[in-house]
Design a protein around this ligand. Structure first.
Ligand code: SP5
Ligand code: ZN
Length: 355
């Protein structure tokens, strides 16, 4: 009975329905949907090895320990400001103008538009991160899920699974993007440092995409190891980070590492990279639970990925990670082949618990 794996989940994500995203300028249905988490929950329930629990409320403090306060405020106000500016609420909100680095080149300009939905252009990096009426509460809920999962492991569970939605690893200190609003894994890792009584945390990111946000947040940190296996950004989103030469700076030199992977990478090659990452985690010797950013967009049939992992491979990946003999907090990131997400999640978690 006590060997049931706690799964922290909440209904607050259900009203975050982006409806559409823009891909290369084309409007397509948003891959990041509520059905993703519903599918995982159904499979965990059917498996029977898991116990669902609600998160505890943690408020804004853990978010503000990681994110820029102005970004948080602009995100909170963006939807209501868009409505006030005449939006009818039937469509997701996207800014029109993005404040990229080159905009301010040479000029001393500081002005900001009056409406938060325009200000959002200074805090968002892509056109695939829709904001609707339910987005803010969903993002807060995902953080509560992540921190509660971390809390659960600190207080003795060997393994906990936080069903975070929206995902988090693309959200940087002052930037939203990639379906992500708050960086759930980074917030959980920072919470472990500040409130969890630990000195060193390792984050292993196995989502298909590079976790640019998590990398940026801990880039100069000597107390947080960030390791990511992902599709080579030379061909894959987010394109501008995740290359092998990115290794951190200052106190964090050598504590960021990236493994860019070729298209159609299967378990054999994946396991070589994973074994290197696990060796680095063992050498770093964290005294905290391992934080795992778990995406299943590495799956062979994922609609936005091109790697070739199969369902049974996630069990092997889980077993390899379990060989570290560290407690672990698994936080949901991406994965868009909805019909396979449940089986893939059960496989990973089963491997992690040593089955
Ligand atoms: C958390 C996470 O997995 N975020 C990923 C965000 C990716 N957003 C851009 C998706 C680009 C989709 N391109 C469609 C290719 C269809 N073959
Ligand atoms: Zn992803």
């Amino acid at each position: 009975m006590s060997d049931l794996v706690p799964v922290i989940r909440s209904d607050t994500h259900l009203a975050h329905i982006g409806l559409i995203e823009l891909a290369s300028g084309v409007e397509i249905p948003c891959f990041e949907s509520p059905e993703r988490i519903l599918a995982i929950e159904a499979a965990l329930e059917a498996d029977g090895g898991f116990a669902f629990e609600p998160p505890a409320e943690h408020g804004r403090a853990p978010i503000l320990a990681v994110h820029d306060a102005t970004m948080v405020e602009v995100f909170e106000l963006a939807w209501t400001d868009a409505l006030a500016a005449g939006g009818d609420g039937s469509r997701a909100m996207f800014p029109d103008v993005f404040l990229i680095g080159a905009y301010k080149e040479r000029m001393a300009i500081e002005g900001m538009p009056a409406s938060a939905h325009h200000r959002l252009g200074a805090f968002l990096f892509d056109t695939a991160t829709p904001i609707v009426g339910g987005t803010w509460d969903a993002a807060l809920g995902a953080v509560d899920v992540a921190v509660s999962a971390a809390e659960r492991v600190v207080s003795g569970a060997p393994l906990a699974y936080g069903l975070c939605r929206p995902p988090g690893h693309h959200a940087a200190r002052g930037m939203l993007g990639g379906y992500c609003y708050f960086n759930n894994a980074a917030i959980a890792a920072e919470w472990l440092r500040r409130d969890g009584g630990v000195r060193k945390v390792a984050i292993l990111d196995i989502d298909y995409h590079h976790g640019n946000g998590t990398q940026q947040i801990f880039w100069e940190r000597g107390d947080v190891l960030y390791l990511s296996l992902h599709a080579d950004p030379a061909r894959a989103y987010p394109y501008f980070s995740g290359y092998a030469g990115e290794v951190g700076a200052g106190d964090g030199v050598g504590l960021t590492r990236n493994w860019p992977l070729a298209a159609r990478t299967g378990l054999d090659e994946y396991a070589v990279a994973l074994a290197e990452a696990l060796g680095m985690i063992a050498a770093f010797a964290p005294d905290a639970p391992l934080v795992i950013s778990a995406g299943f967009d590495t799956f062979e049939r994922d609609p936005i990925g091109d790697l070739a992992l199969r369902t049974q491979d996630y069990r092997e990946i889980g077993r390899m990670i379990a060989s570290l003999r560290m407690p672990a907090v698994v936080l949901q990131e991406g994965g868009y082949a909805v019909d396979a997400l449940g089986d893939n999640a059960v496989a990973l978690l089963s491997g992690l618990r040593g089955a």
